[in-house]
Design a protein around this ligand. Structure first.
Ligand code: FAD
Ligand code: DHB
Length: 386
């Protein structure tokens, strides 16, 4: 079995890449370890940058996002019990769209299967080989059968715990990494959002984020310690802590409560591997870089990577030009590092790293700068809307 591009992983990166390649007349096979149902219901990110929305529209996979996604023109920064709106669209002309990552995944899977794509779910024991030759191979098990896929190029879109990045020989890649001493406890609740725009909130007790998925589903996050046990967080404790962190001075305002139907804790790290390619292996998305979620960049970076990769592969396969392919890593890393910086900065400004009161005053001074200076607010907005 041979294909132009063997894609490992059916997350947003792998699925969108497969679709973009199809539009350029380039064949691909997508290999995914989990079931279709699993990837379509994995709750993760929810903020799409303007650039991501534009790419999905241009690629013709935006019908449901356009109908159901919610365009937001600002965010709120809340600290010291006071709300401060950042009018992103007024400052930049651009906006974000709130639309769940699993909805993007559903739309891409549906479209790929409609177009007759070859997506293999529940593959096991994936191994990649021959990366420095011109016919790399992917071996895997599907059901009871052992299979081999020969490719011109392999796209490693298999997330942080995938097999592609670790298949590159030791010493070929440089890793840049930072771990944070906290994580996010995230919930989805059947509760009408009490707000129209997202709130990023710094409180003595730690960070909190108010987001949503629809007019009747709220998405909320709390900073918790990195090794927190979810069992220590019954629903009442979560609502009580959210009310404390989002409290407004002189007001009894609090998030609307409702049944919690999804609850989980995510660790936070910054991570980049360079370069993002080795021989005929090209890496994209979480397989090569991770950001802490505070800037809402993870999904958007994955989309940006594969957009650059698809153009480079189009130049190579359809026009015999290998220049963009050679420069894939260089071109993608510019954006990756900018998002690394933004995510680190937002995380540093909005989380408690310990009990140091001096540090908290510095964070509040920084936040005051952001909300009082148009230059700072514009810089934040430009990075946030993408
Ligand atoms: P993934 O979505 O991870 O997709 C990789 C795919 O590869 C998966 O389907 C996986 O099953 C598959 N795979 C793995 N190994 C193999 C293998 N050996 N063989 C075949 N298939 C394999 N970002 C935000 O901006 N905001 C958030 O709130 C946020 N929350 C997150 C919560 C969690 C729990 C996680 C893990 C990430 C979160 N992110 C968030 C990050 C964002 O979701 C990711 O950046 C995004 O999913 C990256 O897409 P991807 O396609 O590169 O990787
Ligand atoms: C959401 C997640 C984020 O990481 C973020 O910064 C904003 C919103 C969300 O899941 O809605």
């Amino acid at each position: 079995m041979h294909t132009h591009v063997g894609i490992v992983g059916a997350g947003p990166a792998g699925l969108l890449l497969s679709h973009l390649l199809h539009l350029h007349g380039i064949s691909s096979v997508v290999l995914e370890a989990r079931t279709r149902d699993h990837i379509e219901h994995r709750v993760r990110a929810g903020v799409l940058e303007q650039g991501t929305v534009d790419i999905l529209r241009e690629a013709g996979v935006s019908a449901r996002m356009d109908a159901e996604g919610k365009r937001h023109e600002g965010i709120e920064l809340r600290f010291d019990g006071e709300p401060h709106r950042i009018p992103m669209t007024e400052l930049t002309g651009r906006a974000i769209t709130v639309y769940g990552q699993q909805e993007v995944v559903k739309d891409l899977v549906a479209r790929r299967l409609d177009d007759g794509a070859d997506i293999r779910f529940e593959v096991a024991d994936v191994r990649i080989d021959g990366l420095t030759g011109d016919r790399p191979t992917i071996r895997f098990r599907h059901g009871a059968t052992e299979q081999e896929l020969s490719c011109d190029v392999i796209a490693g879109c298999d997330g942080f715990h995938g097999v592609c990045r670790p298949s590159v020989p030791a010493g070929e890649l440089t890793v840049y990494e930072r771990e944070y001493p906290f994580g996010w406890l995230g919930i989805l609740a059947e509760a009408k959002p009490a707000i129209d725009e997202l709130i990023y909130c710094l409180h003595d007790e730690g960070f909190a984020l108010y987001s949503m998925r629809s007019d009747h589903v709220s998405r909320l996050y709390l900073q918790v310690s990195a090794d927190e046990d979810i069992a220590a967080w019954p629903d009442e404790r979560i609502w009580s802590e959210l009310a404390t962190r989002f409290r407004l001075a002189g007001s009894d305002w609090r998030p609307n409560e409702g049944p919690i139907f999804d609850k989980g804790i995510t660790g936070m790290r910054s991570f980049v591997t360079e370069p993002m390619q080795y021989g005929r292996l090209l890496l994209a998305g979480d397989a090569v870089h991770i950001v802490p979620p505070t800037g809402a960049k993870g999904l958007n970076l994955a989309v940006n990577d594969v957009w650059i990769m698809a153009r480079a592969l189009d130049a190579w396969f359809n026009h015999g030009d290998d220049e963009p392919l050679h420069h894939y890593s260089r071109d993608a890393l510019r954006r990756v590092w900018r998002a690394q910086h933004f995510s680190w900065w937002m995380t540093s400004m909005l989380h408690r790293f310990g009990d140091d009161p001096y540090e908290l005053r510095l964070q509040i001074a920084q936040l005051n700068n952001v909300v009082e200076s148009t230059a700072y607010a514009t810089a934040l907005s430009e990075n946030y809307v993408g």
